[in-house]
Write a protein that binds this ligand. Structure first.
Ligand code: PEP
Ligand code: MG
Length: 756
């Protein structure tokens, strides 16, 4: 059964469009379950009617022509109940509805299972037979499993289908739901970025020069052939003959004229070489993967490997810098910080990532740079939208493809309102961050790029609460040397002096992988991350700390902060290393001070040991992004569970209060530098909790300041008391919403993240 299931899903995945996907589903399920009839009904999102979309065994002429209302028939019952209905005499059931002409009258037994995607019913899958018998447990379980597996595939095919239709129909549009990554609206054209040597994510693109593309393809084939021969010669004496024969298989595949001819034909038809290669190879890979025979299945891996080798030569030789549209919306399967860095800043207006969520680091970077972004737009057929007109709605998390003039007009006015709001906020730049009744709330910034610095200072930042040192590491091809680091850090410290700059020691791992120091783990967020990596590599840690200390000479505005601390030993060891670096530099004649050292509270264990940690260091700073993910067991990068990531979750808020109380009990200051600090509504309760400093991306500074300057500190304690009494994140959100309206800050509500 498992094999049958897998092969049906693979076949459906390989289908070119929605209708072929549905046709494969009905014919393969009828075959595997040995039933006379199999049907897929899909729910029309607008009318909610269940449409007879694909069928095996009934009247094919009615496909697409008949439908059932949400309360009609057994199919309506399955959809309404959201559970299977299994009957031996369907026609005797009170819900049975006779559809004239469809030919159901001969079939007595009926089994229907709902097709549910992201909690909503997309359709119903039905099998029927002439014999009147109840389908047995195994059959029912099979159909339910099948339908659960197919739901995502159908949703994707449906979304892709809407693009295909749109491309062929002038003025047609499509919208795709993702997650709001960075607020704001962007209107522009898609530029699809492709990670190196990923066959499946190559965009379709028309080429101008067929001969040049053919030449590039032939050259890439030759290069791969000679690489394989060289590899084969090298391993000739080291591998047993059987294994060595693999190279002959590779060479045979390379010399197989059929697929090469298919690629050539596609290029001659006007597709660029990378796209032609990707389409042909992908269909061969799928064909092999679907074969029953394990030997042939394995060949899929060989073909994939060869395809990637050819692709990497094509990509390496594709030296022409990409021609980014004037208003580029960068689109990719999984956008990364370095992809973002490649687009000229003045052209980059928006971003869409098919994977990830609002707390992925690329989203944090987007917020810091003020680039409206949608994350996790999982149904977007991104390889097919190169150069398409797009609107990125970073408030609601929607991407609009080929928008109608009305949609376009709406978003243009939202964008203008945004602009006016930002202009209005500029007036707050030089005013103090204090409440109407005189309570001061220092606002610091999070930085990582030099570009952040000027904007932060311009917007009145009072210090840097988090300098993410991994960003300069991410943008290089090797670890920066001690001197290179010293220069980078000096620049930051100098720019802000005498204001304090909190430098976090290298926090790699999780979703921050250095290209030159890969960490491959099953469970990277629970793995080798942050301080765990640097304590295991004291040479990296010491070089970094020495560079920071040297950079602070004569400025004395450095603070050092340790990420991902989960026990006190890590702090003790890190402190020992920092002191060692400091002593050595003093001996070498550097005129420096030992800076304040702090710990990030971002692991639940650190919340419970906040007092013990605070005793050892000079300050604490809460990393609410990680703390939320670890407290709620929700991967901050995972689109599927993004709805569960609530920074307003009462458990998170309780922890935040606990950390303040612990730090203050030890007489130590405590700040917060996660994204929650930049949420204007959250600022109200963070202040009441007693946070000594909020550190956020510079784009949030003036918004948060506007809220602080509009409220009375003495009113905030009762707001906090109320918030702490409720049971859900939604109730917290509602209370904060009310408070924002009361202080006249309704217009900043759309900026509220809170993850809810
Ligand atoms: C955090 O976890 O809240 C934090 C500030 O660190 P990062 O987002 O870089 O993991
Ligand atoms: Mg963190």
């Amino acid at each position: 059964m498992l094999e049958a299931l897998r092969s049906i899903v693979q076949a459906v995945n390989a289908a070119g469009d929605l209708q072929s996907a549905l046709d494969i589903i009905v014919s393969r399920i009828a075959e595997v379950m040995d039933t006379e009839v199999c049907t897929v009904y899909l729910r029309d999102p607008d009318t909610k009617r269940l449409i007879f979309m694909a069928n095996q065994g009934l009247n094919p002429e009615l496909i697409g022509k008949v439908s059932l209302g949400p309360d009609e028939g057994l199919v309506g019952l399955v959809a309404r109940r959201e559970e299977p209905v299994n009957l031996d005499h369907a026609e005797k059931h009170p819900n049975f509805l006779f559809l004239p002409g469809i030919g159901e009258e001969h079939y007595h037994s009926f089994l229907g299972a709902p097709i549910i995607h992201q909690r909503s019913v997309m359709g119903v899958l039905v099998v029927q037979q002439k014999d009147s018998r109840r389908f047995d447990e195994d059959e029912e379980a099979f159909l339910v499993t099948m339908s659960a597996q197919l739901a995502g595939v159908i949703a994707h095919a449906r979304a892709t289908g809407s693009i295909n239709t749109a491309q062929n129909t002038v003025g047609a549009t499509a919208s795709f739901k993702g997650i709001a990554g960075a607020t704001g609206v962007a209107i522009g054209q898609a530029a699809v970025v492709v990670p190196m040597a990923e066959l499946h994510s190559v965009p379709r693109r028309q080429c101008d020069d067929v001969a040049a593309e053919l030449g590039a393809f032939t050259a890439a084939l030759d290069a791969v052939r000679s690489d394989i021969r060289a590899l084969s010669d090298k391993l000739l004496t080291q591998l047993p003959a059987d294994e060595h024969a693999l190279f002959d298989v590779y060479l045979r595949i390379m010399d197989d004229g059929a697929w090469v001819a298919e690629v050539v034909a596609k290029i001659e038809g006007g597709e660029w070489a990378q796209g032609a290669l990707s389409q042909v190879m992908s269909s061969h890979i799928r064909a092999f993967e679907m074969m029953e025979d394990t030997y042939f299945k394995e060949r899929a891996t060989d073909i994939k490997d060869l395809g990637r080798r050819v692709l990497s030569y094509l990509q390496a030789n594709d030296i022409e810098p990409p021609d980014y549209p004037e208003r580029t919306i960068l689109v990719g399967e999984e956008l990364t910080a370095s992809m973002l860095g490649e687009v000229p800043r003045e052209k980059l207006v928006g971003m869409v990532s098919v994977r990830g969520s609002s707390n992925s680091h690329v989203a944090i970077l987007a917020r810091a740079m003020g680039i409206p972004t949608v994350m996790g737009a999982s149904d977007l057929p991104y390889t097919q939208i190169e150069n398409a007109n797009l609107i990125v709605d970073g408030y609601s998390g929607y991407v609009h493809y080929n928008p109608t003039p009305e949609v376009y007009e709406h978003f243009r006015s939202v964008s203008e309102e945004d602009h006016a709001l930002n202009q209005g906020l500029e007036a707050l730049r030089d005013l103090p961050s204090e409440t109407l009744d005189g309570h001061r709330m220092p606002l610091w910034v999070n930085t990582g790029l030099m570009a952040d610095v000027a904007r932060s200072l311009d917007r009145g930042a009072e210090g840097v609460g988090l300098y993410r040192t991994e960003i300069p590491f991410l943008l290089r091809e090797r670890f920066p040397s001690e001197e290179e680091q010293r220069v980078i850090y000096r620049e930051q410290l100098l720019a802000f002096a005498p204001l304090p700059v909190t430098m976090r020691t290298l926090d790699i791992g999780g979703d921050k992988a250095l290209p030159y120091f890969p960490i491959e783990e099953e469970n990277p967020f629970l793995g080798w991350r942050g301080i765990r990596v640097t304590l295991d590599h004291p040479e990296i840690f010491l070089v970094q700390v020495r560079a920071m200390l040297k950079a602070s000479e004569g400025l004395n505005n450095l603070r050092i902060m340790l990420p991902m601390i989960s026990n006190v030993q890590e702090v003790d060891e890190a402190l020992e290393l920092v002191r060692r670096a400091y002593e050595e530099l003093l001996e070498d004649g550097w005129d420096i001070n030992l800076p304040p050292i702090g710990v990030m509270v971002e692991v639940p264990a650190a919340v419970y040991q906040a007092r013990q940690l605070a005793r050892r260091v000079d300050f604490l700073s809460v990393g609410s992004n990680d703390l939320t993910q670890y407290l709620l067991a929700v991967d901050r990068n995972n689109t599927r569970v993004a709805d569960l990531y609530h920074a307003y979750h009462p458990a998170v808020l309780n922890s935040l209060q606990q950390v303040v109380d612990a730090a203050h009990a030890e007489g130590k200051p405590v700040g917060i530098c996660g994204e929650l600090a930049g949420d204007p509504a959250a600022a109200l309760i963070l202040m009441a909790m007693g946070y000594d400093m909020l550190s956020m991306n510079d784009n949030s500074l003036l918004r948060v300041k506007a809220v602080i300057r509009s409220c009375r500190f003495e009113d905030l304690q009762s707001l906090l008391d109320g918030v702490m009494l409720v049971d859900t994140a939604d109730e917290v959100k509602a209370q904060l919403r009310k408070a924002m309206i009361n202080i006249g800050m309704e217009r900043l509500l759309q900026q509220t993240s809170g993850g809810v």
